[in-house]
Ligand binder design. Structure first.
Ligand SMILES: Cc1cc2nc3c(=O)[nH]c(=O)nc-3n(C[C@H](O)[C@H](O)[C@H](O)COP(=O)(O)OP(=O)(O)OC[C@H]3O[C@@H](n4cnc5c(N)ncnc54)[C@H](O)[C@@H]3O)c2cc1C
Length: 422
């Protein structure tokens, strides 16, 4: 999910999240109830990760979609963790979302990434939506809804705040036309958050960005290219054509002109939930390497664990994972709110995503080396992880965008200043 990249001044309306109606705290869990519920969620996530790893063994090569896994996550209450407290929900923190995603990624990267998009949408929108759309979204999620977020257009790439999909006003709603490039989890989704650019003359990109929360439409939307992927092959990230797709005015998630600002103010959800998936993959790769090495001997070496190369590799991986864990925990705990300086906040949120998705690749490559040639055999878990971890740096913010935002913030250059370079 990319940040605003524009020379257009922001509208003067202040960034004021629509306050939810007064919380009904009678529905909220007490602290001991919440602690017990959290333990149950973690236990279920661990059990499911084992099951998902078995299913990945059967389905990874064929790229079969993980619908069964998503049903299991719904049955275990994991897809509903972000339901607000006053609606009787668990209202998981961002840090708790990252913990669950790491556990699930240990079993299946595709399932964890598909869940991550649902988690980002339900977690980040919890505080910012108008009362009616919020009630509609979280009642559905509480009742088992699963959300997909096809934002990236064929014509926009990672710069999805400047969509090529167009929303034209029509009566009391909008008509959407365009090509969505990736729709992870579309097959299992009950609801979508769709983005498009309003064709209003007074709203210049990216302030014409709009987002709509809709039940999965029966008409006006079709899969044009079924997903095949080298990495995360079981995510079902199909391409979609929107053709005259009608949405209602009340499906609009944010006030006109303010969507990019709301998106920036919630960038921590995307960055940290995605980072968690790739950290979870690296953690599993490390565990596999240690398991494979302990007590293993060959005709030449009595105990592979006694080799310095193996010991150094294990030490490097462990130190790297501890650093990533500390970084993600610190940022996911600290960044509940954006504060006053939105561009500096967005740049800061790039740091864990940039560091972890790239560092995770190094850990997985080292684990592969420690495991040795058997890792290349068909159906090996480390082989699946090696492929999946490649997707991390490609997801928003991509490496280039992250480096630009972090570098400019550090050097005191506004990310919206033009010309962008020199
Ligand atoms: C498995 C998978 C599932 C996905 N699922 C979804 C989904 O459900 N919903 C969704 O919306 N998207 C999804 N995506 C898309 C993802 O958001 C995009 O891959 C990402 O936004 C990058 O876009 P792109 O791949 O089209 O690359 P591009 O944006 O075309 O980028 C290509 C290269 O150009 C560079 N570049 C492009 N624009 C700029 C710029 N402005 N400044 C600096 N450098 C730039 C990039 O860094 C990159 O190196 C998914 C991707 C994958 C791999």
């Amino acid at each position: 999910m990319t940040a605003v990249d524009t020379a257009t001044p922001a509208p003067t309306t202040p960034l004021a999240p629509t306050a939810p109606t007064t919380p009904d705290t009678s529905a909220a869990l007490t602290a001991p109830e919440r602690a017990a519920a959290w333990q149950r969620l973690c236990d279920s996530a661990h059990e499911l990760a084992e099951r998902f790893a078995e299913r990945a063994g059967e389905n990874y090569e064929s790229g079969a979609f993980v619908a069964r896994n998503l049903r299991d996550l719904t049955d275990a209450g994991i897809t509903a963790v972000n339901v607000p407290r006053e609606m009787g929900g668990f209202e998981a923190t961002l840090e708790e979302n990252t913990r669950l995603l790491r556990i699930i990624a240990g079993g299946c990267g595709s399932t964890a990434f598909t869940l991550a998009i649902h988690a980002v949408l339900t977690g980040s929108l919890r505080s910012d939506l108008g009362a009616a759309v919020r009630e509609r979204m979280f009642t559905a999620v509480r009742d088992g809804a699963f959300l997909a977020g096809p934002f990236t257009d064929e014509g926009s790439g990672g710069n999805w705040v400047r969509p090529s999909t167009v929303a034209r006003r029509d009566g009391d709603g909008f008509v959407l036309d365009g090509l969505k490039h990736f729709a992870t989890g579309y097959d299992a989704a009950t609801h979508l958050v769709l983005t498009a650019g309003l064709d209003d003359a007074h709203l210049e990109p990216p302030f014409n960005l709009a987002a709509f929360f809709v039940e999965k439409p029966r008409q006006g939307i079709a899969v044009t290219a079924p997903w095949r992927g080298f990495a995360l092959p079981m995510t079902g990230s199909h391409s979609l054509a929107l053709t005259g797709l009608r949405v209602a005015a009340e499906d609009s998630v944010f006030p006109d002109g303010l969507t990019p600002l709301f998106v920036m103010a919630r960038q921590q959800w995307g960055h940290y939930c995605f980072a968690a998936v790739f950290l979870g993959l690296a953690e599993r790769a490390y565990a596999l390497a240690v398991e494979r090495t302990r007590g293993r001997s060959t005709t030449a070496v009595g105990d592979l664990a006694r080799l310095p190369g193996i010991q150094f590799a294990v030490a490097r991986m462990r130190s790297s994972l501890a650093t990533m864990d500390a970084l993600l925990t610190e940022y996911a705990t600290r960044h509940a709110d954006p504060g006053d300086d939105l561009p500096a906040f967005v740049a800061d949120t790039c740091i864990p995503k940039y560091f972890i998705t790239n560092e995770a690749e190094h850990v997985v490559a080292t684990a592969f080396e420690v495991i040795g040639g058997s890792g290349i055999r068909d159906g090996s878990r480390i082989g699946q992880i090696w492929r999946d971890v490649k997707a991390g740096p490609l997801l928003p913010f991509t490496n280039d965008l992250a480096r630009e935002h972090i570098g400019k913030a550090t050097l005191g250059i506004s990310p919206v200043e033009t010309p962008r370079w020199l």
